[in-house]
Structures are given as structure tokens and as C-alpha cells.
Ligand binder design. Structure first.
Ligand code: FES
Length: 221
């Protein structure tokens, strides 16, 4: 199968083609490893767990941000185009710089804010309210798909803020909503983030929910 990979050597950006002998069940990540081990050892990409857990292998595959380790080559049209994530600076080939991504994450205070001390119990129902959002693997796919992420927080930090706001142990909801009130209106509801999230977290829906909450709380401010 023919793979077209977007390369970047620090100065020049160009396409390079490789032919990979594919077998049943092969993933895009395995194809990248094949290229690196057999055709061009200089090819750079990020990966670790190979099982959709660490979030480090997200790239654009035929135009869509996806996890390379979870994408079967047999489901793709040829030539398979692989490019680095959009809205991130490229360091080399498919490796992008995540510093800005994590800086944006910090803005929403992604941790439990407590004013009181002591043990806090949580019921299974309370856990259910936010559990799914703890599954975000920070792969950057939603940020790559978002048409306005360059000018605002983007979907990932908003989902993270929601995760903590919904946690019954947290006491920082109002603080976070105040922060979000400056950032949450850029979304055009294109919903591409929900389309590409490998964990089906539906960030577009979360953004709408948080907008409502910001509006409700802003009556008090
Ligand atoms: S290598 Fe960890 S998510 Fe793909």
C-alpha cells in the first residue's frame, strides 16, 4: 500500500512516498514502524502504548485527526496521507509541539479545588457524572480538528474544566466558569471535535452545557 507522509526537516516541508507491504489487522502505527525500520530510519513520529491509552500517536490520516495505533490500514483509501496534527507547531515530520496545548490546559485549573479539609465520600451516581471525562487521553485530535482552536482555549481544556466542575468533591466551579466566560464563545459549533474524539467524549456538547452554566452564573457576577 502506498503511504504519502508529510516530512519536515526543521527548514523544509515536503511529501515523501513509501510502499508498505500490509497484512491483515495492520495499523497505521505499524506501517510507520515498518517505514522507520526498513525504509527510512530518519522518519520521526511519536508513540508509546500502541493501544489507544497514552494519546501520543495522534496524526492526520487522510485529512482526519486519528490515533495511528487504532486505525486499521485496510479501512483507508490509497494513497494513505499522513500529516502532523493541525494547530500545533511541527518539530519534525509527524512530531508536534504540545507545550501550548498543556499551557491552555493549565488555564482552566484542571485539579480539585478544595476550601475545606477532610475525607469526602462519593456515591457511584456522583462518580458517574464526570467519570467518562476522565478518559480524555490528551491526544490533541480535537484541537487539530477545531477551526477556531488557534484563537481560543479549544475543546480539550473545556472538557477538562467540565470534568472537575461535575466532581462532587470540587469547590472551584464558579472560579472555573469565570475563567471560561472569557473563552467559551469562540466555538461555531462545527462539532468536528466530537467527530474525531477517539474516546467519544463529545466536546461540542460539553461546550454548549458550559455556555448555559456560564450564563446562569453570570447573573450573579
Ligand atoms: S500509541 Fe498510545 S494512543 Fe497510540
Amino acid at each position: 500500500m502506498r503511504f504519502k507522509i508529510r516530512r519536515f526537516d526543521g527548514e523544509r516541508s515536503y511529501w515523501q512516498e513509501f510502499d508498505v507491504p500490509v497484512k491483515r489487522g495492520m495499523t497505521v502505527l505499524e506501517a510507520l514502524y515498518y517505514i522507520k525500520e526498513n525504509l527510512d530510519p530518519t522518519l520521526s513520529f511519536r508513540a508509546s502504548c500502541r493501544m489507544g491509552v497514552c494519546g501520543s500517536c495522534a496524526v492526520r490520516i487522510n485529512g482526519k485527526p486519528r490515533l495511528a495505533c487504532e486505525t486499521q490500514v485496510s479501512k483507508l483509501k490509497e494513497p494513505v496521507k499522513i500529516e502532523p496534527l493541525k494547530n500545533f507547531n511541527v518539530i519534525r515530520d509527524l512530531v508536534t509541539d504540545f507545550e501550548g496545548f498543556f499551557k491552555k490546559h493549565e488555564i482552566v485549573k484542571p485539579y480539585l479545588i478544595r476550601k475545606s479539609e477532610g475525607e469526602i465520600r462519593q456515591t457511584p451516581e456522583q462518580l458517574k457524572r464526570y467519570y467518562i471525562y476522565t478518559l480524555c487521553i490528551k491526544c490533541g485530535a480535537c484541537m487539530s480538528a477545531c477551526p477556531v482552536a488557534k484563537n481560543c482555549l479549544g475543546p480539550m481544556p473545556v472538557v477538562s474544566a467540565y470534568r472537575f466542575n461535575e466532581d462532587s468533591r470540587d469547590e472551584g466551579k464558579e472560579e472555573r466558569l469565570k475563567i471560561l466566560s472569557d473563552h467559551i464563545w469562540h466555538c461555531h459549533f462545527v462539532a468536528e471535535c466530537s467527530e474525531v474524539c477517539p474516546k467519544d467524549l463529545n466536546p461540542a456538547e460539553v461546550i454548549q452545557k458550559l455556555r448555559l452554566e456560564v450564563l446562569k452564573f453570570s447573573m450573579r457576577w
